[in-house]
Ligand binder design. Sequence first.
Ligand code: MLT
Length: 409
Amino acid sequence: MARINDHYLKLSAGYLFPEIGRRVREFQQANPDADVIRLGIGDVVLPLPQAIRDAMHRAIDELGTDEGFRGYGPEQGYDFLREAIAAHEFGARGVEISPDEIFVSDGSKCDSGNIQEIFAASARVAIPDPVYPVYLDTNVMAGRSGPAGEDGRYAGIVYLPCTAENGFVPEPPSEPVDLVYLCSPNNPTGTAATRGELERWVAYARESGAVLLYDAAYEAFISDPELPHSIYEIPGASEVAIEFRSFSKKAGFTGVRCGFVVVPAGLRGRDADGGEVEIQALWDRRHSTKFNGASYPVQAGAAACYGEAGRAQLAANIDYYMQNARVIRDGMRDLGLTVHGGVDAPYAWIRTPDGIGSWDFFDRLLNQAHVVGTPGAGFGSCGEGYLRLSAFGRREQVEQAVERIRTRL
Ligand code: MLT
C-alpha cells in the first residue's frame, strides 16, 4: 500500500462548509417541508451582470471562428486582464502595481491555499483566530504544525487572537514568524483594518523579515472612504506583502471562478544559505507548472467588470448585498444582540445570546428558525460564542430570516 501524507490525519474534522452542508441535509431529510434560508456560506445569489455575460458571449463566439480561436493562454493571465486590473484596482487608488506582478487564477481560495508551497516546510506561520480555514488547513497539510490539542489549536502554529477588544484586528506576534496571514475586510468577523493598523503590520514585517499574506477578497465591499482597499496603499508594503483578490463575491463569480494574486517584484525571501531570492520568480514557476490559466471567456468576463457598464452593474449588486447586511445588523440589534461587522464587509458577526456555544446557537437557528448561519467556533477557538450571518441572499429571504429569528427563538 502507498504511504500517505500523515499530516492530513492531523486535520481535526471535515472542512467547515461541507460539514455545515451535511448537517443541513440531515435536517432537511428529517424535515422535508421546512423552507430553509441559507445565510451560511458566503455564496452569491444575484445573476451574473449583463456586461459580464455580454463579454463572455462575445469571447465564446470568437473561439468559434478560425481567426479568434485560442488554445492555451498565458498561465499568468491575458495581458488585457492584467493591464485592466493594474489600472483599475491599483492605479486608480494611486498604487503602482505592474501587470507583470499580477497572476490571474481560478480564484483566491486556491491562491491563498497554494501560496505556502513556495516557502520552507519549516516556515513558522502566524494565523488570526478566528480565520478563513483555508490558511490554516493548508499549512497543516504541508506539515507546518504538530497535532491539534483539545482546544482544536495545532501545535507549532502561532495564533493571533482577534477579539472584540482589539476590534478583531490582531496584534503582531511577540515570537519570530516567517509568514503572517491577514484578511481585510475580514472573513469571518466582517470588520476592516484601518490605515494605521495596516501601517503597523507593514512596519512589523519590514522590521522582522516576515512576509504578509494579505487576503483582500472583500475589498469591494468597503464603504468607509478612509479605509485602504489594498495593503500596497501602505508605503513599503510591496517589499513585504503578497495580496489575494477575487472576482467571486464582487462580480458574482463564485461559480465562474476567477481571482488573482499580486506578487511584487521587490519581494524577497532567503534560501538555505541565506542568499536573497525573488519570491515572484518562485510563484511564477509554481503557477506555470501547476496551472494552465483561467479560461479565455472567464477572463473576458472579468475584464468587463472594469468597463463603464460593468462597474455600474457591480456597484448595484454590491449595494444590494450591503443593504442586506444592514437588514441583518439592524434586525439582530433590535433583538438585543451584539453585532460586529456588516458595514465594510458582507458578513455580520453576532455574539450568541446568554453565552450559548456557537454550534448550539447554529442548531437552534436551524431547528427553530430554519435559518443557516456559520458557527463562529468553526473559524477558530476565538470564534466560540459567535455566529456569522452572510449578507449574500435575496432581500426577501434575508428579511424573512430576521423575522423568523425574532419570532421563533
Ligand atoms: C465563506 O463563506 O467564508 C466563503 O464563501 C468561503 C470561500 O470564499 O471559499
